[in-house]
Ligand binder design. Structure first.
Ligand SMILES: Nc1ncnc2c1ncn2[C@@H]1O[C@H](COP(=O)(O)OP(=O)(O)OP(=O)(O)O)[C@@H](O)[C@H]1O
Ligand SMILES: [Mg+2]
Length: 479
């Protein structure tokens, strides 16, 4: 692993241990500490000197061979992942960590164990502050909210812009579903408008004057997420306080659980129980609390895939799947690109006090053929970036990010090669329909070829509207 002389390797290792944010504690096979960084020392409330070179149980007399994770790993040779720990250290400070403890082996021989401890106290405090703020906001919201403070605070169905048939159908279905309290599962790639849809459902529902709370399940470690969602009871486990969870805070309203596939399995089971009987039990508590919540969950990976990988429990999936929506990616609804482009240009005209009227036709072609992996959010960011640079009343190529330009220029080259191949392969056999289709394809490819991929010029040459040509090109691409 290292090509350095041993002394330098040790120095390097010491520097690394001193620089990282996690506590590191290494013991040898006899349970004697051989490495202990300053973060570990801070967490334990000790100095490095007090621990280094000493047997673990001598420094931590309250532990024994079973309760010490390091000693347990030495005994079993098996790793322990993501164990929550909460304790009061030598200086009487409450410590909360998530630990991973791994055996260290040389060949087959166990020579020690290493523990990596992540301090999550700050994260807990911040997430609890967020819940407190939610409580305050909800308290102030008891009266119906008449006007929207800014057009980004809450979304409504009218904000979902589309001319795509599938999207229009989804919108209609979601409007109907907003009248009930059934759980909803939403799938869509990143940036396809999941949050927009969820907020619209809430705003159109009878719950609109009650809380709307969103929690990203990937944002917090399991042990924190559980307390934040379900609440905690004092003394339930060392140092816990009486706190309501988001289920209680959002009572009467809508709880949006984003990236549900990142929620650990045992919490998914707990969530399923709440969905089934409407009762929440705080962590460490026994009394059930009745809540009336509409749960909307989202995943940005295909439900079939997360089911197969086990990231989403099947029983929860069937409960959530009562109403489900799949938001198509932008590349599958290209007819929305002009509409959304104009919408975002208008938005940044307002914000930046500009008078941009649209896109240069080359940019328009690029927008039309690009795959948009980041979907509508990517389109918006691209326009925002261009609106910072634009000089005339149209967004030009050079207003776009250089990486995008290089990519699209490469794309035009590749398309041309494809088209050349296409022309060589046209045959005049088959049904009338096939021959006509091939002839049309041939003419389109030649026109594109002769105009170096400029859709506007090619359309002129073919005597058809540019939109028609764009549509035909997108169909040819899918063949
Ligand atoms: N149909 C639409 N009309 C207008 N704006 C839209 C539309 N769809 C998405 N947007 C805008 O695109 C951005 C991304 O949408 P949103 O945050 O809802 O996506 P998401 O699916 O939740 O993404 P992620 O998975 O990354 O969280 C937002 O600014 C939203 O307003
Ligand atoms: Mg989102």
């Amino acid at each position: 692993m290292s090509t350095l002389p041993e002394s330098e390797t040790v120095e390097m290792l010491t520097a690394i241990l001193g620089a990282i944010d996690e506590g590191i504690h290494v013991v040898d096979a006899q349970g004697q500490t051989i490495m202990y960084n300053h973060i570990a020392a801070r967490l334990d409330g000790l100095t490095q000197e007090e621990v280094l070179g000493k047997p673990l149980l001598e420094v931590f007399p309250s532990l024994d061979a079973n309760s010490s994770t390091l000693l347990k790993v030495i005994k079993t040779g098996k790793p322990l992942y993501h164990q929550s720990q909460r304790y009061t250290n030598w200086r009487g400070v409450q410590v909360e960590t998530i630990n991973t403890t791994l055996p260290v082996k040389v060949g087959e021989r166990l020579v020690g164990a290493v523990e990596v401890a992540k301090d999550i106290k700050k994260m807990r405090e911040l997430s609890e502050q967020l819940v407190d703020l939610q409580v305050q906001v909800q308290g102030n919201r008891q009266k119906p909210v008449k006007s929207r403070v800014s057009d980004q605070v809450t979304y409504q169905f009218d904000d979902i812009l589309t001319v795509n048939d599938e999207m229009k159908r989804l919108k209609r279905m979601a409007m109907r579903a907003s009248q009930t309290s059934s759980p909803i599962l939403i799938y869509g790639e990143t940036g396809t408008g999941k949050e927009l849809l969820v907020q619209s459902v809430h705003q159109a529902s009878p719950r609109k004057n009650r809380p709307f709370i969103a929690q990203n399940c990937a944002a917090l470690p399991a042990s924190l997420l559980e307390g934040i969602l379900f609440g905690t009871v004092k003394g339930g486990f060392t140092g816990a306080e009486d706190r309501p969870g988001l289920f209680e805070v959002a009572n009467g309203g809508t709880l949006f659980l984003d990236e549900i596939n990142s929620m650990p399995g045992e919490l998914q089971a707990k969530l399923l129980r709440v969905l089934q009987d409407g009762q929440v039990r705080r962590v460490g508590g026994t009394n059930p609390i009745q809540v009336d919540i509409r749960v909307i969950a989202a995943t940005n990976e295909e439900p079939e895939k997360v089911l197969e990988s086990g990231a989403l429990r099947a029983d929860l999936y069937y409960r959530l799947h009562v109403v489900s929506f799949t938001l198509p990616p932008l590349r599958d609804r290209r007819e929305d690109i002009p509409l959304l482009t104009n919408h975002f240009i208008a938005k940044y005209n307002r914000l930046f006090e500009l008078k941009v009227r649209g896109l240069h036709s080359q940019v328009e072609d690029w927008f039309f053929t690009y795959q948009w992996p980041g979907n509508i959010r990517e389109l918006e960011h691209m326009i925002e970036a261009a609106m910072n640079l634009v000089e005339g009343d149209r967004i030009e190529q050079e207003d776009l990010p250089p990486s995008f330009i290089t990519r699209m220029e490469g794309q035009v080259e590749r398309d041309k090669m494809e088209q050349d191949k296409g022309i060589a392969h046209v045959t005049m056999t088959g049904t009338l329909r096939e021959v006509l289709h091939n002839t049309e394809k041939n003419l389109i490819m030649s026109a594109m070829n002769e105009t170096n991929g400029n859709v506007l010029q090619a359309a002129k040459r073919l005597g058809i509207p540019r939109q028609t040509l764009q549509y035909k090109l997108s169909q040819l691409k899918e063949e």
